[in-house]
Design a protein around this ligand. Sequence first.
Ligand SMILES: [Zn+2]
Ligand SMILES: [Zn+2]
Length: 231
Amino acid sequence: MERTCLLPEHQGFGSQIIGFCVTECCRKPSRALCFKCMTGPGHQGHQLIQAQEENAFLAQPNRIFTEINQKLELMIRQFSKGIKYLQGILQKNYQPQPLSNFGNSEITEKINCILKLETVQKLINDRLDNIFENTLKQIKITCQDLTLGEEFKSYEFLQHQKYQEASQLINQCFQRGNRNTFLKLAQAEIFKVQDQFQDARAIYLQLLQEDDSNPWAYFENNKMLNQQERR
Ligand SMILES: [Zn+2]
Ligand SMILES: [Zn+2]
C-alpha cells in the first residue's frame, strides 16, 4: 500500500513512507516516516527501521502474540478440565439413585453420600464462587487495561475510585453511541457503589438479554439476588 507522510510541511515530491519509528517512548504524532522525517530532527536518537525491515521487526511480536494466545487456550482447557473432573466425581459418588440399584454393602456408602449433599453444595459454593469471582475480576481488569482511548480513561477513573469523573466520561461515550460492554459494566459498578441497586440490576439484565453468556453481568446479577435474599 502506497502511503504518504501526514505532515503538511512534508507534502510533495519524496513524501512516500519509507520507514517507521519503533522507539517505545516516541511521542511524535506519527510513526510512519518519509525521507524528510527519517533525516530530520523530529525522531533524532530514535530507533528507525526501513520499510523493508518490517518482517524482521514483526518477528518477535508475532512470537509473543502466539505465546499469549497459546497460554490463554491452555488456561481455557485446563480450567474446564478441572471443573469437568469435579463434575465426574460428583456424578459418580453423589448422584441420588434408587437404592435398589446397589448391593447391600454399597447402600450404606450411597446413603452417606446423599446425606452429605448439602455440605457438598456449600463447599462448592464457598470455594468456587470465590475463585470465579476473583478470576473474572482479574480478566475484566486486564480487558480494561488493554482497551484504548476514552474507554480506558473511564476504567482508570473507576479503578482509582473517582466515580464522578468516571460517570461523566462514560455518559459522554454513551451519548456518542459507544455501546462498549465494559463501559456498561463500569456504570453498573458505579450505581452499586452509590446504592442504586435497581439501576445496576437493569444494566445487568439488559446485558444478559443482549448476550446471555456475558459472565460478568451473570455473576454480578446473581450476587445481587443472593444478597437481597439474605437481607
Ligand atoms: Zn514526513
Ligand atoms: Zn520517534
